[in-house]
Design a binder for this molecule. Structure first.
Ligand SMILES: Cc1ncc(CO)c(N)n1
Length: 224
């Protein structure tokens, strides 16, 4: 099969490599990241995941077969109750309540990123939706795997749990399922359709980078 995922992976390499070198990401691995900055990130990521989970609900309604529809419904459930539970547990350690997390002020980048994906989800095909949401999962898996190899990163008292979550086989299987699904959905698509999928994938890969940058700068909006 002509796997579109291979083409997408090649296309985003320059962006993903920049992401691996970003000081927020390297700081998670060597423990040099400030806890205050991490807590800022957690609040934005909590708002992000609340919107991200909705994308899976939309995907579930766009899926044709039972298995795909059910997997997306389960993915929404796991995002809200498992991935976001990690954030709630982290927040508690910082003395931030779940209500406070949900009531955080949304940053410009969080807003722009989730709005883009929701637009694609409402207007596009299931393949388009998947191509837009895939960099989130796939790039986190790549980051998790890379950080897991850094000395002491898995055992770090503050950031170890983050690294363990995103480098886990369980998270990797989810990402791989989404990659394989996109390959199947795009198997017979035209070059014009494939180019559109690549555009979404590039756009949200850049948004991922900007999300790290926003968190590192603790920037809510570039203008007051
Ligand atoms: C911004 C962002 N991208 C990806 C993930 C992984 O689901 C996450 N939690 N947050």
């Amino acid at each position: 099969m002509n796997r579109i995922s291979e083409r997408l992976y090649q296309a985003v390499q320059p962006i993903w490599e920049q992401t691996h070198r970003h000081p927020f990401v390297t700081g998670l691995g060597d423990g040099s990241l400030s806890p205050h900055t991490f807590s800022f990130y957690m609040k934005q990521d909590y708002l992000f995941l609340l919107e991200y989970a909705k994308l899976f609900a939309i995907a579930s309604t766009k899926a044709v077969d039972l298995e795909t529809s059910a997997r997306f419904a389960k993915l929404q459930e796991a995002t809200l109750n498992e991935e976001m539970a990690l954030h709630r547990a982290y927040a508690e350690r910082f003395g931030i309540s779940a209500a406070e997390l949900e009531g955080s002020q949304p940053s410009f980048v969080m807003h722009a990123y989730t709005s883009y994906m929701l637009k694609v989800a409402y207007q596009g095909t299931l393949a388009e939706l998947v191509s837009a949401v895939l960099p989130c999962m796939w790039s986190y898996w790549e980051i998790g795997k890379r950080l897991a190899k850094a000395d002491g990163a898995l055992a770090h008292p503050l950031y170890g749990e983050w690294v363990r979550t995103y480098s886990s086989d369980e998270f990797g299987e989810l990402a791989q399922w989404l990659i394989d699904l996109l390959d199947r959905l795009a198997a017979d698509s035209s070059e014009a359709d494939r180019a559109r999928l690549e555009q979404h994938f590039l756009t949200t890969s850049k948004m991922e980078y900007l999300f790290w940058e926003m968190a590192y700068r603790e920037e809510l909006w570039p203008i007051r």
